[in-house]
Design a binder for this molecule. Structure first.
Ligand code: FES
Length: 124
């Protein structure tokens, strides 16, 4: 894949987050005032949809579910945040926001079924 037009600059208000789908890849565009970020739509903590759970203030994106937070300018993790934010490269062309989508970025979440397959009684 390559650079893809995602939306107009004016489609995402300052300190806003909006979800878009480009060629079957869902992503959220975040406008933090001095720039834009393109990120996967789910919080890397527990899969909350960031378009709804995320708020942006002072360049920081915070998921309101458990307050994980990232500096959108430097991508530094803030406070108790334990996982970095994945991002697609972004550039502006005229009034458009473009993202470089090579492959869909996803987080690995712990599978709640991992406790199965206890072989305690299976050994002979
Ligand atoms: S789900 Fe986002 S901080 Fe926990």
């Amino acid at each position: 894949m390559s650079w893809k037009r995602v939306c107009k600059v004016t489609d995402v208000p300052e300190n806003g987050l909006r979800m878009f789908t480009v060629d079957g890849v869902a992503l959220v565009i975040a406008n933090y005032g001095s720039g834009f970020r393109a990120i996967p739509p789910l919080c890397p903590h527990m899969e909350e949809p960031l378009e709804e759970s995320g708020v942006i203030a002072d360049c920081a994106l915070t998921c309101t579910k458990h307050l994980w937070s990232w500096d959108l300018s430097s991508l530094a993790m803030l406070g108790e945040t334990e996982r970095p934010l994945k991002t697609y490269e972004v550039k502006l062309e005229n009034d458009d926001v473009l993202a470089f989508i090579d492959k869909e970025l996803v987080y690995e979440f712990e599978d709640e079924d991992d406790m199965a397959d206890d072989d305690f009684f299976g050994k002979t």
